[in-house]
Each structure stands twice: as C-alpha cells, then as structure tokens.
Design a protein around this ligand. Structure first.
Ligand code: MEV
Length: 312
C-alpha cells in the first residue's frame, strides 16, 4: 500500500445519441481532456475521510446524494480486504456538476483509479468500467455506461449499451462551442421523462429513438469523411428528436437560437437535457470564439471551445 496515491479523469460531452443510447441505439461521445477531475489519497492510521466540493468528513457520514461514491469506496475497500484501512481522499474538479458533462462518472473513474493506485494493484480497462459503474448505477438508476466509458477515454467513443465501445477516427477540422445554461440537468429525471412518453405515445417516440440511431450513424460517416454539411444536418436533426422527446428546455432553446443566428452550422443540447449544456458547431476557431462570446452575453454561465480533432 502506498502513502500517497492519485487517480485522474476528465469531462465528456455527448456529440450525438443521448437518450437513444438507453434503448440500444449508438451514441458518440467526446472526451474533454482539458476539463479535469483528480482524486488524491493520503494513507492514514484509522480515520477514513473524504474531502470534496460537496462533503468534508467521515466517509461513513456522506450524505445521500453522494451515496454513489460512498458505495464505490465501500466496494473497493471490501475488494482489497481492508474495510477499516485509514485514508484521506481529496477530490478536486473543474467539471461543473449536473450539466451532462459526466461529472459523477468522472468522479467514479478518478476514485477507482486512486484506490487501485493506493493498494498498488493493476487495473484493466474492463475492471475500471465495471467498478466505476457501481457508483453510476447507485446515482442514476440504470445508466447506459457511456459516461464512464468516455470519462476514461482518450478519443471519440462509439458506444452501444452492453457492447464493446471503441474509438472512432475524426477527420473534420471543426470546432465545438460548449455552453452551460446554468440549470441543473438530472439524468434520472430526464431518462424517466422519455420512458413515460414512450409508454404513453409509443410509436411516435420509438420513431424518434430510431431516428437518433440513424443520425448517429450519419455522424460517424461524416466525421470519417470530413463532411461538415452532413454532420450539421445530423446534429440539428437530433435536436428536433430530443425536443419531441421532452428533454429540451426554454433556456436551451433560447441559447440554441442565439448560436444559429451567430454562425453556428448546427446546435443541440448535450447530455440528458432539461437544462445542462448545449453544443454549437463552428467551421473555424475564430467563429467558435465569437460564438462563445455571444452565448456568454446571452446568459450562458460558462463556455468552452474544443476542436473536433484530438491532439493525440
Ligand atoms: C446522459 O449523459 C446520457 C443519457 O443518454 C443517459 C445514459 O446514457 O445513461 C441521457
């Protein structure tokens, strides 16, 4: 066991396919490696403490909304046969929470990596995903696993629930502006909204879910072929589907309109919706920076500009 151990992870956004992915359709997610999360563990004799932006104290006293991380830590201590091992874990994050940027999944990935480092054990990618999803299942009910897969990935991920996910090539030199409405987005609530609508309206909502799958496949081809027009059509089409599925929000729609009026080729919500963040597609960096300023002036509480092409 080490005296000092660390685990890191990063934010993610879903480019396309959110909500469809819950029903077996594919989704594409992008890691945002510049927005980071870190967990640092110091070995202690007896006390077991957690320090984070939401909680500071004995890990057994963590509040219900942090039950996912608490359950994860308990699982990890049991796995390493050390339920009473003293530790002090400090979680720091640049990722806004409840905004569809994968904050809870990133915390689960960073904590899992930190404890494996603490107990000096190797951690396979499959084991990381399965372990971090212990926290996600507690927090979100029945998550697709997409957030955890992307919080630990280095390139855009093609994701189908229950199947192996894999990196996909991108040959498109565009930019995404990510803008935060400042409104919390609760994955569990948004997923339940779609499930209820599907029960009530059946075929109409199923058609939207199928369409999200079609548009996600179109997006993959567009990324591989460098076809900006086809990408824009797919992203705008996905927003139409998501709106019909009850997961948009007036604040999102207002900022989406601002984006489209100011040079965005396409704009859609990202993540679970009903608040949270949107993404806008810009053909070049100067337009992306301009868009970012316009969105901030129109009320976005934070904005980020990300190239579609990864550095590595
Ligand atoms: C949330 O980030 C993405 C959803 O598709 C839910 C999930 O995949 O678990 C809305």
């Amino acid at each position: 066991m080490k005296d000092l151990a660390t685990g890191t992870s990063h934010a993610k956004i879903i480019l396309i396919g959110e909500h469809g992915v819950v029903y077996g359709q594919p989704a594409i997610a992008l890691p945002i490696s510049t927005i980071q999360m870190q967990a640092i563990i110091h070995r202690r004799d007896a006390a077991q403490t957690v320090k984070s932006r939401y909680f500071n104290g004995d890990f057994k006293m963590m509040s219900a909304n942090l039950g996912g991380i608490q359950t994860l830590i308990r699982t990890l201590l049991a796995r390493f046969d050390a339920p009473e091992q003293g530790f002090d874990i400090h979680i720091t994050s640049d990722i806004p929470s409840e905004r569809g940027m994968g904050s809870s999944a990133a915390a689960a990935v960073a904590v899992t990596r930190a404890f494996y480092d603490f107990f000096d054990r190797p951690l396979s990618h499959q084991e990381l995903l399965a372990t971090a999803n212990v926290a996600e299942s507690y927090t979100h009910g029945q998550p697709s696993g997409l957030d955890v897969a992307t919080a630990s990935a280095k390139s855009p991920v093609w994701f189908v629930k229950g199947r192996e996910n894999f990196p996909i090539p991108v040959k498109l030199p565009g930019y995404l502006v990510i803008a935060d409405t400042g409104i919390e987005s609760q994955t569990k609530v948004a997923v339940a909204t779609v499930r209820n609508l599907l029960m009530v309206e059946g075929a109409t909502i199923q058609a939207r879910i199928d369409d999200l799958g079609r548009l996600t496949r179109q997006t993959r081809t567009a990324l591989e072929d460098g076809d900006m027009g086809a990408l824009a059509t797919a992203l705008n089409g996905a927003q139409d589907d998501l709106r019909s599925m009850g997961v948009s929000h007036p604040a999102l729609e207002q900022l989406l309109a601002v984006a489209r009026q100011n040079g965005a080729l396409a704009a859609k919500l990202t993540g679970s919706g009903q608040g949270g963040c949107l993404i806008a597609l810009a053909p070049e960096a100067s337009i992306a920076n301009q868009l970012s300023q316009k969105l901030a002036a129109a009320g976005a509480t934070a904005t980020w500009v990300e190239p579609l092409l990864c550095d590595d």
